[in-house]
Design a protein around this ligand. Structure first.
Ligand code: IVH
Length: 672
């Protein structure tokens, strides 16, 4: 029996890895996400019931595990060197000449690759299983981040049979641009400071102690070198590596001579901006590994490779003024108002100065000529001041001690660089919070754009987001150019939002710090009603997986504020929905019950699990004395037998469906 289970586990692992590869490396999935999920669930359950079957290469490790105390230090062999940089065609040609001089008898050919702007990682497979991932560190020793690396979806945890047993690789971990943009959108919605760029975010992410969080961040890896020699040439090494299912994203290309390298550099100068990762140059390597060995390395960098760095597109212009933007959460952001200038195809009039600390460090002053740069990010940044062009009478910029919009004193919280206005009635905060309240993923009130919000505020027709629900047709028709029809349409939209938005949408819409869409949904599903959430104490909040002390504190502070309570009372009076719909109409008949699923079920497990959880059940992976109910599908095996032994209630799939159906037609519960 246990041999059967071991065989099944191995089979599942191989299947899951194969589908992972089809999905992430080959980009041609063969099965649906649900079918994939079912395979993964089966393996998770099997391993939960039989922990001895768990292996380090199991795809279940990709979800991350218990947080670590710290990272172990591991020595690199050979050391992880860096690269010498070149910044022009001439320097690149000069490098090639030097190489030729050092190996006069040979005619070196090259490989050109994109230089991915991420963080380097050393990877080791033993018996074809990924056993170790170590950051570069100081090049000699780095941090063992294996648990984190295992969560990277395009990194195989096990290599196919034809791979050498031991394989040592080097590669770059990066955060795809799209993932980075989504992460920042999420942070913005939660009122968190934005991350600067994908590279720094990657560096921070790979060193998180909580691998579950890493798993959520969507990192990727690309291999750029095999330390284990698989062939006589670097290019063949990479080809082998790719055949083994490892990702090589840097578009390596053989180049017979330096002319071909220069052509590669030009070809990618613009094209690289269309890739889903940041690149900061091209790496050129001597292809022949024998020649590599002969060329050797200096203490810092190999002689057989060099980086060509693309210059970021830059322009110079004059700072006409420094204005301040006050965001929804009250953060004050200094913005440089610029003499318009053309940069990388667009006219730039403003550039963010990030925060006052950054501004002070760069010492940007009104009247200064500054260098602007457009890197991978869309927003241009001020790189530096051209001091030679500074007007003699310029003065350092003084960060405001009062909010430029409402005049209240600003605060700087300990440990934060952001300066904030904390007056909840500050017009800028009110405006931004209304804008957020009506946005698509919040209350989704269409037709309430920025201009209209400004106008309504200016004319005193609204004070904050609660007063949107007090708007009348007359209020709107009063506005210039507003006809009855458009007024009716907007009122209908506002009305609709009361009924059609859930508690999760409302919680997100309130704009509580650290409560983004995801946290809002977790809270809504956990508490069901806003009153239950308001009544929750710190322990109740922190008992929810995924809610940490910081988020809990922010929620408590928010609801403790009389202003917040007042707003909620108003929204309630206007009939805004404050409940999270549940299949059971608000009841949790399975509250506190532990349910186990086993055997083949006709719906994806995740779906069934969600329905059960919505009724209050906890869905566990294995049967024990604590199990209350076993749902047995076809071909149920050991779990069914065990449940019978323990006298646990057992139902089949039909029983489950009727349970779910019956509960979802029952009467809605009284709120609270
Ligand atoms: S080869 C001996 N190839 O750039 C060093 N490096 O500035 C061999 N990088 O630490 C490095 N893409 O993290 C190489 N295609 C590529 C690369 C690459 C990015 C990074 C790598 C290295 C850094 C050096």
């Amino acid at each position: 029996m246990s041999q059967d289970l071991a065989a099944r586990a191995a089979e599942l692992r191989a299947e899951i890895e194969r589908h992972n590869r089809l999905y992430y490396v080959d980009n041609r999935p063969e099965i649906s996400d649900q079918a994939f999920d079912a395979l993964l669930r089966e393996l998770i359950e099997l391993e939960e019931a039989h922990p001895e079957l768990r292996t380090p290469d199991s795809p279940t490790q990709r979800v991350g595990g218990e947080p670590l105390e710290g990272f172990e230090q591991v020595e690199h062999s050979p050391p992880m060197l860096s690269l010498d940089n070149t910044y022009s065609r001439d320097e690149l040609v000069e490098w090639a000449r030097r190489v030729a001089r050092l190996v006069p008898d040979a005619q070196p050919s090259y490989v050109a690759e994109l230089k991915i702007d991420g963080v380097s990682i050393s990877l080791r497979y033993e018996d074809r299983v990924l056993v170790r991932a170590v950051t570069r560190g100081n090049g000699i020793v780095g941090d063992d981040v294996t648990a984190n690396a295992r969560t990277i979806r395009n990194l195989p945890l096990r290599l196919p049979q034809q791979a050498p047993a031991t394989l040592e690789l080097r590669g770059e971990i990066y955060m795809p641009r799209r993932v980075f943009a989504a992460l920042n959108r999420e942070r913005e919605a939660a009122g968190l400071p934005l991350y600067a760029n994908p590279r720094n975010t990657t560096a921070g992410t790979i060193r998180l102690l909580d691998s579950r969080e890493v798993a959520r961040r969507g990192l990727k890896v690309s291999i750029y070198q095999s330390v284990t020699e698989l062939a006589a040439r670097h290019s063949d090494n990479l080809e082998r590596v790719q055949q083994l299912g490892l990702p090589v994203a840097a578009h390596p290309e053989r180049c017979a001579d330096v002319e071909a390298v220069l052509a590669y550099v030009e070809r990618w100068r613009e094209a690289r901006h269309r890739l889903d990762f940041d690149t900061d140059g091209v790496v050129v390597k001597v292809d022949d590994l024998d020649l590599e060995r002969r060329l050797g390395s200096t203490a810092k960098a190999p002689r057989w490779a060099v980086a060509y760095k693309y210059a970021a597109e830059q322009a110079q212009t004059v700072v006409k003024g420094i204005s301040v933007q006050v965001g929804r959460t009250g953060v004050l952001t200094p913005v440089a108002e610029l003499e318009p200038v053309l940069l990388a195809g667009t006219t730039v009039r403003r550039a963010t100065l990030h925060n006052y600390e950054d501004l002070a460090r760069k010492d940007v002053r009104v009247g200064d000529t500054v260098v602007l740069e457009k890197g991978g990010d869309v927003i241009p940044k001020v790189v530096e001041v051209v001091l030679e062009k500074r007007p003699p009478d310029s003065r350092p910029f003084k960060p405001p001690s009062r909010c430029p919009v409402c005049g209240d004193p600003v605060e700087r919280f300990p440990g934060e660089v952001a300066v904030r206005c904390i007056n909840p009635a500050c017009p800028a905060i009110v405006r931004e919070s209304i804008h957020h309240f009506v946005s698509k993923n919040a209350m989704n009130i269409e037709g309430l754009g920025d201009k209209l919000i400004d106008q309504l505020l200016r004319e005193g027709k609204i004070e904050d987001f609660t007063s949107l629900y007090e708007l009348t047709k007359e209020d709107l028709v009063d506005l210039e150019r507003w006809g009855e029809k458009s007024a009716e349409n907007l009122l209908a939209e506002i009305e609709k939002s009361k009924r059609e938005r859930t508690l999760a949408h409302l919680l997100f819409a309130l704009g509580i710090r650290f409560v983004g869409e995801r946290v809002a949904k977790i809270l809504a599903e956990h508490f069901g009603t806003i009153d239950a959430l308001i009544a929750a104490g710190r322990e109740d909040l922190e008992a929810i997986p995924e809610i940490g002390p910081k988020v809990a504190a922010s929620i408590l502070t928010y609801f403790a504020h009389p202003k917040s309570r007042d707003r909620i009372a108003k929204l309630r009076a206007h009939g805004v929905n404050m409940e999270q719909p549940r299949p059971a109409g608000g009841r949790r008949p399975l509250e506190g019950k532990t349910v186990v699923l086993t055997g083949a079920l006709s719906r994806p497990r995740r779906e069934i699990k969600e329905s059960l959880e919505a009724l209050g059940a906890r869905v566990a992976g294995s049967v024990s004395a604590k199990t209350d109910l076993l749902v047995a599908g076809d071909n149920a095996g050991s779990k069914l037998a065990k449940a019978r032994d323990l006298g646990i209630e057992i139902i089949d799939e039909a029983g489950l469906e009727s349970l779910l159906a019956q509960e979802s037609t029952s009467e809605p519960a009284e709120p609270g």
